[in-house]
Design a protein around this ligand. Structure first.
Ligand SMILES: [Zn+2]
Length: 281
């Protein structure tokens, strides 16, 4: 039996805490007894590095497929990460019921959510199987953008800091959803009224996914947005950090950012206020 490590990110992270499991995930008894419902497989479509398997037809121009292609290109372009090694499987169940039933049987430790990213391998790291599980909800494209970002990051980087992983997934999820992003902005600016916010070093100190609540997701998104759309020094620090993460080095992004931008906090808040005042794209 392979030692499996499940690293699970839960979509809808904007409204619910994420659970990430890093403990061995032995095959549950239900596998042996054959009671786990089968994964979708009636229809298949390939948008490299993703291989979609779905209970419903996936015609060539379906938004799920075009979303995957544009996201793949955008993540590579903005983060300068190399193409994914291997295939990333994307299972789309036709109905919520069959999706929930599969999750309950296969991953009984997980809470109920619309979508998951799962990295499962022998010891974590570079030989993991990466897959996304979701169902045909009316938020399919938005959910895919979040979870496929996790998959692309994990295919290129052996280890991604928790807050940065979620911040970047949120960033790529929301860029094509201006109304949702606007709502997020209002919330994050309200969060920043607290005297000790924002604080990247606090986020960097979070090791357990249970510590990531709604506010931590919002702040991670805000930092990711600022680094990618704000001053070039912040973007350069992020891209250098991603290069180091690719080679397995541990990094402190906050130290690097503060070295080049000592007033990063104020700059980030100003960036968010400016974004809030700009008309929706
Ligand atoms: Zn996530």
């Amino acid at each position: 039996m392979p030692l499996a490590i499940a690293c699970v990110a839960i979509c809808g992270c904007n409204s619910l805490p994420v659970a990430r499991l890093a403990q061995p995930d032995p095959e549950p008894p239900a596998v042996a007894s054959g009671t786990i419902p089968s994964l979708p497989g009636a229809h298949e479509a390939r948008v490299a590095p993703f291989l979609f398997r779905s209970d419903r037809p996936l015609p060539e121009k379906h938004p799920a497929l075009t979303t995957a292609a544009s996201l793949r290109d955008r993540v590579a372009k903005e983060l300068k990460i190399p193409p994914a090694r291997g295939v990333i499987l994307v299972y789309i169940f036709g109905e919520k019921g069959s999706f929930d039933q599969y999750l309950r049987k296969r991953y009984p430790q997980l809470p109920s959510r619309r979508a998951f990213f799962v990295a499962q391998g022998r010891q974590g790291g570079r030989d993991e199987d990466l897959m996304v599980l979701t169902w045909w909800s009316d938020r399919l494209e938005q959910d895919l953008r979040h979870e496929l970002t996790h998959a692309l990051l994990h295919s290129a980087l052996p280890d991604v800091p928790l807050w940065l992983d979620e911040g970047l997934a949120e960033y790529f999820e929301l860029e094509d959803f201006p109304l949702v992003r606007k709502e997020r902005l209002t919330q994050v600016l309200a969060d920043f009224n607290k005297p000790d916010r924002p604080d990247m070093s606090r986020l960097e100190g979070l090791r357990d996914i249970q510590q990531m609540g709604r506010e931590e997701y919002r702040e991670s998104w805000a930092w990711a947005h600022w680094m990618l759309k704000g001053p070039p020094e912040a973007r350069a620090a992020l891209l250098t950090a991603l290069v180091d993460l690719r080679s397995g080095r541990k990094i402190s992004l906050v130290e690097r950012i503060e070295k080049v931008l000592p007033n990063a906090r104020q700059q980030m808040v100003a960036h968010m206020r400016q974004l809030d005042e700009s008309p929706a794209p």
